[in-house]
Design a protein around this ligand. Structure first.
Ligand code: FRU
Length: 449
């Protein structure tokens, strides 16, 4: 049956059939979250991009809808971009009760598509006329409302811009979402594809603007409505993405218009596939800027709506775990674990979680903290007040690992064996003992409607 294949994510979005890559046009409109996505409905590899479409009441439970944008029906290259809701009808496109939903797409020039019936049907604006043409190779427009200047801003990735070339982002502004004026270019060699840009409060206080690219790199800085000025000379990486061993995370985008103001991101998780589909999205993560000893960093944590999938909770506190006596937590297929360990008091050299263990001692993946190296899952993560926290989301083909409340996050593909004999979950250590300060386990149910 649908969504039952062995590696099919049970709570990660994937297309019912065909190929999927980048998330597009993520927008909240009148009680519904819309996710569009780069989609080839005719095969399992990248080809002839469409915008697929799915809707959700909570960003957790998704229902796939008919294709939104289709070559031959809609003009232009239907590549990545985003969408905004035109609540003030500045486009003049409004027809009935629904606010226009305005989508931006295209390569080497930006085309506009829109819906006037709440994202049921979609039209191309003005036969696909390019409303902005950044220099050189360009793609992946991202539009947002800039309240301070009272204008919409478009940021587009391009190479070989008017400043003489190289990677960068071109900025445009508009008051009607259809006529765009070029304002500035942010040149940065590291910056490649799929920009997203948004303000976030640092530690809940003063606002910084965050500029992200496809590979999960980001910088923070200031934005006056026309030009972005980076605080940093080189970027940080929010997730150990597709370019890092074991990481799969690309082309992240955030929802426009989440009612409570949260900044929530989904990213393409390439690589996982079954016989009928290719590609998944990461579980939606809330972004925040927090100050660490090493500076301000973006944190990612699974959205709280995840709790709607939970059942069968198991809690442990203050358990000593040593090399000879691992702690068996549960037997489960898809689940979530949050665990805190006393690093300072440990004698173990490594400790952590073994996922999908079997009676013969084998397992599908370990999520390990290495005390000497100060790494979690092979990535740097320092203990805080002598402790380290790890949180994992285990799905059929996917593993997401979060360290210290989202300071570290890694999205990975793991071919978990969901046979009943391969569903053990253990807390383990090597070379000594460690105190498991606390552990919370929940089964996670299936999110398909
Ligand atoms: C990123 C990307 C985008 C482009 C899209 C095409 O994965 O290359 O830059 O718009 O995919 O599908």
């Amino acid at each position: 049956a649908a969504y039952d294949e062995p590696l099919r994510g049970q709570f990660h979005f994937s297309p019912l059939s065909g190929w999927m890559n980048d998330p597009n046009g993520m927008v909240y409109y009148r009680g519904t979250y819309h996710l569009f996505f780069q989609h080839n409905p005719h095969g399992l590899a990248w080809d002839t991009m469409h915008w697929g479409h799915a809707t959700s009441p909570d960003m957790v439970h998704w229902t796939q809808r008919p294709i939104a944008l289709e070559p031959g029906v809609h003009a232009g290259d239907l590549w990545s971009g985003n969408a905004v809701v035109d609540t003030a009808n500045v486009t003049g496109l409004k027809r009935g009760d629904d606010d226009p939903i305005v989508m931006f797409s295209g390569t080497n020039g930006v085309t506009v598509h829109y819906s006037t019936d709440g994202a049921r049907t979609f039209q191309t604006f003005d036969h696909g006329r390019k409303v902005a043409v950044p220099g050189g190779i360009s793609r992946d427009p991202h539009v947002f409302w800039h309240a301070a200047s009272g204008r919409f801003v478009m940021v587009v990735w391009n190479d070989a811009g008017s400043d003489g070339g190289g990677n960068g982002a071109s900025f445009y502004t508009s008051t009607n979402l259809l006529d765009w004026t070029y304002r500035s270019r942010f040149a940065a060699g590291w910056f490649f594809e799929c920009p997203d840009m948004f303000p976030l409060a640092v530690d809940g206080g003063a606002t910084k603007w965050v500029l992200t690219d496809a590979s999960g790199e980001y910088t923070i800085g200031s934005f006056d409505g026309t030009a972005f000025h980076s605080d940093w000379a080189s970027p940080q990486r929010m997730d150990l993405g597709a370019n890092d061993p074991g990481g799969t995370f690309y082309a992240g985008q955030t929802f426009t218009g989440v009612p409570d103001g949260r900044r929530i991101q989904m990213s393409w998780q390439p690589g996982n596939h079954g016989s009928t589909w290719t590609g998944d999205q990461t579980f939606p993560a809330e972004l925040a800027l927090r100050t660490f000893p090493e500076g301000v960093r973006l944190t990612r944590t699974p959205i709280r709506e995840l709790s709607s999938l939970r059942s069968g909770g198991v809690t442990y506190t203050n358990r000593a775990v040593d090399a000879n006596s691992p702690l068996g937590v549960a037997s489960a297929d898809t689940y979530e674990v949050s665990a805190e360990f006393d690093v300072a008091g440990a004698t173990a050299s490594t400790f952590g979680l073994k996922l999908h263990t079997r009676a013969d001692g084998t397992y599908d993946r370990a999520v390990t903290y290495d005390r000497a190296a100060a790494t979690l899952y092979g990535r740097p993560l320092s203990a805080v007040n002598g402790r380290v926290r790890m949180r994992v989301l285990v799905d059929r083909g996917q593993l997401e690992v979060f360290g210290n409340d989202g300071r570290l996050s890694v999205s990975d593909n793991v071919n978990f064996d969901s046979a009943a004999t391969s569903q053990g979950l253990q807390v383990y250590s090597t070379g000594g003992s460690v105190t498991l300060v606390s552990l919370q386990f929940y089964r996670l149910g299936r999110s398909w409607g």
